[in-house]
Design a binder for this molecule. Sequence first.
Ligand SMILES: [Zn+2]
Length: 112
Amino acid sequence: MPEPRLDGIREELEAQKGLLEDRLERIKANVRRGFNADSAEMAKELEDRDVVDALGNEATEELKKIAAALERITAGEFGRCLDCGDSIPEARLVAAPLAERCIDCANEAERI
Ligand SMILES: [Zn+2]
């Protein structure tokens, strides 16, 4: 993949990462505001366990994928299918920068 396009994807991923981190922060802030817990510690504990798990799961999962994609870019591995090692077509990566597999392997993984 040409460098400029890769840079574009990296920027996009980093912007997305920032948005998700903001969203997670807001979720946590809302949780804290919503509690009338006796101690901040109790609120913190509840926050860490269930609430953020439930509300922030999706954002957290996506953050992990973004971080992994950014690592692959840094390592020069971006765009290589995790399963078969083939190059993932550029059009697929532009449409879905978090894709970790080529279309064949992605279909295969979905069948399992
Ligand atoms: Zn593959």
